[in-house]
Design a protein around this ligand. Structure first.
Ligand code: FAD
Length: 461
């Protein structure tokens, strides 16, 4: 009888685990998952911050309440993960001026309305470009077409919230055609739920893993087919199979390999390919963007910000666009813990990763003193994740830049011989999201099974 095929999966984030489960469901059980860190979950990552469990990576189930059901939402519900519906509608009452105090609601609301009309206009333009098979433009170009030039701190922070806060890159970088309308929100719904559970959002990855990997009585994965602290450094391929080398010097052989590491990792040199990847593949990978989104947590001795209904999210408008712009108090999640979350992206994230946490804390304290007055207490703790510097991530999530065609996008996903690719950055509809990683794993595994079972190995780009 023909020997059952063997498959190595590099990376145990959502996409790698979802790919492995799909293979297992299809009867391909001779798999080996090699994960660089000491845990599964990847960019779904809970950490202890001053005694509470915060999410350094993915936090929201984005896309709930629409015509289709988001599979990640189903899992979160099965696990009864504690989560909170996010209401961003009050931002116009909660936008702080550079020098402190909030903008008058009517003034801020007007600015929001104008900016939202520009987004709607952009969505129309995008649909029109798609229908007429016209080339892509950036979000910035669509704003210019509508004569919208955000200049004041208020206009800039609203623009930041509507664009950068989602895609983690500025309007000039982001593709209009591929970001508006968003498949996530149009297919799965406009709602987003903020997960805050001591088990962590990452427990959805455990949930998928436990369906095909052996666990002990405590539910911990004991399956020898999952190996942690295995950093893959080399992938060699030939028509007969693949050899995957890990940092400990071991070589693992198999018929196929699925690479699920982030786009950022693929754009760097942690993993060497032999022979090297073809030019079209390298170009496709390098042309796409790995964006950076940084969630900074702060702990205070007591609360000095407004709390209660409609206060959860607030904005800080500053002359420098994107300077500590988006704030969230975690009163519902961690009552009485006095924890704030501020988010920065892109160049600000890069800058913060290069400086010490105490410098960052000093900047943030100056901002908070502008917003709330000189008398507020000093933060007692700060946590600044460094997704870009981390060699196993090299950024937060992918963003579709202006001018990359669907043909080029498909090249990112396309297998090279027996080397297959998956990850959030291979999901054309849902790149950048947890559900994108989940679907991507399924897609790649199916592509591989149809090659294995039906000999259908050519990939149509
Ligand atoms: P990963 O999770 O990166 O998995 C790849 C795995 O490969 C990792 O475990 C890594 O350790 C491992 N690896 C890397 N290199 C090697 C190597 N050489 N050898 C072996 N293993 C290796 N999505 C949402 O839906 N909602 C959100 O609110 C949201 N917010 C986010 C906020 C932040 C700060 C970040 C970082 C991400 C956020 N995302 C969000 C995106 C979401 O987390 C990702 O899309 C998803 O988790 C990616 O899964 P993946 O399997 O593609 O990649």
């Amino acid at each position: 009888a023909k020997r059952a095929p063997t498959v190595i999966i590099v990376g145990a984030g959502m996409s790698g685990i979802s790919a492995a489960k799909t293979l297992s469901d299809a009867g391909i059980k001779r798999i080996l998952i090699l994960e660089a860190t000491n845990r599964i979950g990847g960019r779904m990552y809970k950490a202890n911050f001053s005694g509470v469990s915060v999410e350094l990576g993915a936090n929201w189930v984005s896309g709930v309440g629409g015509p289709q059901v988001n599979p990640v939402w189903i899992m979160a519900n099965k696990l009864r993960l504690k989560s909170f519906l996010s209401n961003f509608l009050n931002l116009s009452s909660n936008t702080y001026k550079p020098e402190g105090g909030v903008y008058e609601e009517s003034v801020a609301r007007k600015a929001f309305e104008v900016a939202e009309q520009v987004v709607e206009f952009g969505t129309k333009v995008s649909k029109d470009l798609a229908a007429r098979k016209q080339p892509d433009i950036s979000i910035l170009t669509s704003q210019r077409l509508k004569n919208y030039f955000p200049k004041t701190p208020l206009e800039m922070v609203i623009d930041y919230y509507l664009c950068d806060f989602e895609s983690a890159e500025p309007p000039r970088a982001t593709s209009l055609l591929n970001s508006e309308p968003s498949s996530t929100y149009s297919n799965f719904g406009e709602d987003s739920y903020f997960v805050s559970d001591p088990r962590g959002y990452e427990s959805v990855v455990h949930y998928v893993a436990q369906q095909f990997l052996t666990t002990n009585a405590a539910g911990q994965i004991t399956d020898p087919r999952l190996q942690l602290k295995k950093v893959v450094t080399e992938i060699s391929r030939s028509p007969r199979g693949v050899a995957v080398k890990t940092e400990d010097g071991l070589v693992h052989r198999a018929d196929y390999v699925i690479v699920s590491v982030s786009l950022g990792v693929l754009q760097n040199d942690l993993i060497k390919f032999h022979p090297s990847l073809p030019q079209w593949k390298i170009l496709a990978l390098d042309q796409f963007n790995m964006a950076i989104y940084t969630k900074i947590f702060l702990k205070f001795p007591y609360k000095f910000w407004p709390s209660g209904n409609g206060t959860e999210f607030f904005l800080y408008a500053h002359e420098k666009r994107g300077y500590y712009p988006f704030w969230q108090h975690l009163e519902r999640e961690f009552p009485g813990e006095n924890v704030l979350l501020v988010t920065v992206t892109d160049d600000e994230s890069r800058r913060l990763e290069q400086q010490s946490d105490s410098e960052t804390k000093a900047e943030i304290m100056a901002v908070l003193r502008n917003m709330f007055g000189k008398q507020i207490p000093e933060a007692t703790d700060i946590l600044v994740p460094r997704w870009l510097s981390n060699r196993f991530f090299k950024g937060s999530y992918s963003n579709w830049p202006i001018g990359v065609s669907h043909h080029q996008f498909n090249q990112i996903k396309a297998p090279v011989g027996k080397v297959y690719f998956t990850g959030e950055h291979t999901s054309a509809a849902y790149y950048g999201y947890v559900h994108g990683a989940y679907f991507a794993g399924i897609d790649t595994a199916k592509l591989m099974t149809s090659c294995i079972k039906r000999g259908a190995c050519s990939y149509n780009i």
